[in-house]
Design a protein around this ligand. Structure first.
Ligand SMILES: CC(C)(COP(=O)(O)OP(=O)(O)OC[C@H]1O[C@@H](n2cnc3c(N)ncnc32)[C@H](O)[C@@H]1OP(=O)(O)O)[C@@H](O)C(=O)NCCC(=O)NCCS
Length: 372
């Protein structure tokens, strides 16, 4: 195992939370006490979003009502559509979601925190429509952002591909949303909590989180993982190419984790979905390449795939463009961010750590004209 470095607040508890435990101390990764394995096996993403935002699993009536409520919130305001048209085709789709969140915050501002859960729901309902509206607009088509689809996964895939998704693909996407929905004090959630703790508005906290998620050391890793996997035609090439990267001390995206040390409990779940989809597609290359990279990373570095590595393959088989992988993560994690913003607000204290000063000793000010 490669030694962990100090710094980056590694191993430091930055507060209490009842939303999720990442499963250390034998508890297993769970959301509000429910095992991620049970949720991924039996629940749909809307059940999980309800659990995170409203604090309990919905019964059948509550779930049906919640899905209908989310469906009814999908229409985008005209002013937002105009803004989406102005975002260049060359922009990264994460720009689209960051701007969507920000613009909605201007159009439908949070005047009162009693509406915070509805804002979370509105964002969950709007993000797939905003992303796909922008995507299709720049390919010559203005789409309606409303569908009859019950699930966010089905709604997104329908909007993206212009037709109802295949059942296996929809469920794979749904499961991936469950797995991506929440993960304790990860960087983007922490950013959301820091913003919320200043008593800023809900949209600002989510906008901070989107900006933080995008980096390749966090959510952006799923896109970089796909770029890597796509480079190789077979397992032998992958082994050689990744081996050379390790010699150069390159980071292999989709591997390693700040908190987990031997495995990411979400990885096997999404890997099994990627394998099912590969089989349905009759694809033998992508999984062979991925398995070879996984084996090499363990043999050489004792590093394991995190959720992002096999999510990349799963999304590939779902026909999702690579630069939408991290935005799909946003669709899901919005539920977790919302839960944390609400929790932070319920027992708020400004988050303001101190730093250890390592700069120069006090010095004499030199007048501008006298400086060399
Ligand atoms: C997730 C991550 C940021 C955690 O990092 P961290 O706790 O700060 O650990 P470090 O980056 O300091 O890594 C510790 C050592 O392991 C190595 N390492 C960690 N992840 C690695 C990876 N994915 N590829 C190659 N080496 C890796 C580092 O190079 C470092 O080696 P060194 O001590 O010889 O310099 C890191 O594993 C990473 O960058 N992974 C790739 C990005 C990714 O998949 N992010 C999604 C996370 S869910």
């Amino acid at each position: 195992m490669t030694a962990k470095k100090t710094g980056g607040l590694a191993g430091i508890s930055a507060g209490e939370s009842a939303v999720c435990t990442v499963g250390l101390a034998g508890k297993g990764l769970n959301y509000r006490g429910y095992s991620i394995h049970d949720l991924a096996e039996h629940a749909c993403f809307e059940e999980v979003a309800y659990l995170l935002i409203y604090g309990k699993l919905p019964n059948q009536t509550e779930l049906t009502n919640y899905q209908s409520q989310l469906q009814s919130m999908r229409k985008l305001p005209d002013a937002l559509l105009q803004v989406l048209k102005l975002i260049p085709k060359t922009a990264h789709p994460m720009d689209v979601l960051r701007t969507t969140c920000s613009m909605l915050g201007s159009l439908e501002p949070e005047n009162n925190t009693e509406k915070q859960s509805q804002i979370a729901d509105r964002l969950l309902a709007c993000f797939p429509g905003a992303l796909t509206y922008w995507y299709h607009f720049h390919r010559g088509q203005e789409i309606s952002t409303e569908t009859e689809e019950e699930t966010i996964a089905g709604h997104f895939l329908h909007l993206l591909h212009g037709k109802k998704a295949d059942a296996l693909i929809e469920r794979a996407t749904d499961v991936s949303l469950i797995l991506y929905a929440e993960h304790e004090f990860n960087a983007s959630t922490f950013a959301a909590r820091v913003t919320a703790a200043t008593l800023s508005d809900f949209y600002s906290a989510i906008t901070s989180a989107i900006g933080t998620l995008r980096g390749p050391l966090h959510g952006g890793a799923n896109e970089f993982a796909m770029h890597l996997i796509e480079k190789f035609d077979n397992a032998a090439q992958a082994e050689q190419g990744v081996g050379e990267m390790l010699v150069r001390k390159d980071k292999i995206m989709g591997f390693g984790h700040r908190v987990y040390t031997v495995s990411d409990p979400r990885s096997d779940i999404i890997k099994s979905w990627a394998a099912k989809l590969a089989e349905q597609n009759g694809d033998t290359k992508l999984m062979a390449v991925s398995n070879a990279i996984e084996k090499l990373m363990w043999d050489e570095k004792k590093l394991f795939p995190n959720l992002d590595f096999y999510s990349a393959s799963a999304y590939h088989f779902c026909g999702i463009p690579v630069d939408m992988y991290t935005p799909v993560f946003v669709f899901a994690r919005t539920a977790g961010w919302a839960a944390h913003i609400i929790e932070q607000r319920n027992n708020n204290r400004l988050i303001r750590p101190t730093s250890e000063y390592i700069g120069p000793e006090p010095q004499t000010y030199i007048a501008l004209a006298e400086r060399v």
